[in-house]
Design a protein around this ligand. Structure first.
Ligand SMILES: [Zn+2]
Length: 127
């Protein structure tokens, strides 16, 4: 579903505020070994499931382990982050279309130059 862009600062800020928390990166589920000696899961090669968040910081790709309890919040943050990004991407074209529309309606509202014979004043284009 395509969201309608509303060119109001107040509505835009409300939309962004509703998308809290918003973040950028990717969450993956990995399997990692633990440090317990003789761990059956590690010995079998199954290892332990863990979530990892990958993100870019100061131009470098970084990763952090995510506690299981935090994974749903991180997922929601990633989804919200994509929505915020989409809002920003949609804003440029919306501003341009709005400007064009206002310019077009201003041109329509402007009095048309008089037809020949009705007035001897010549209209000058103002720029
Ligand atoms: Zn283990």
């Amino acid at each position: 579903m395509k969201t309608k862009i509303v060119l109001s600062r107040k509505i835009f800020l409300a939309k962004v505020a509703a998308l809290w928390p918003a973040l950028k990166g990717s969450l993956s589920q990995v399997r990692k070994p633990c440090i317990r000696p003789g761990c059956p899961a590690c010995a079998s090669g199954q290892k332990h499931s863990a979530y990892m968040l990958s993100f870019t910081q100061d131009g470098c790709r970084r990763c952090m382990y995510v506690p299981d309890a935090l994974a749903p919040l991180i997922y929601r943050g990633l989804r919200n982050g994509r929505s915020v990004e989409q809002l920003l991407c949609d804003m440029g074209p919306a501003l341009i279309r709005d400007h064009r529309q206002k310019r077009a309606s201003a041109t329509e509202d402007r009095p048309k130059p008089a037809k020949s014979g009705t007035s001897n004043k010549k209209r000058r284009a103002k720029n």
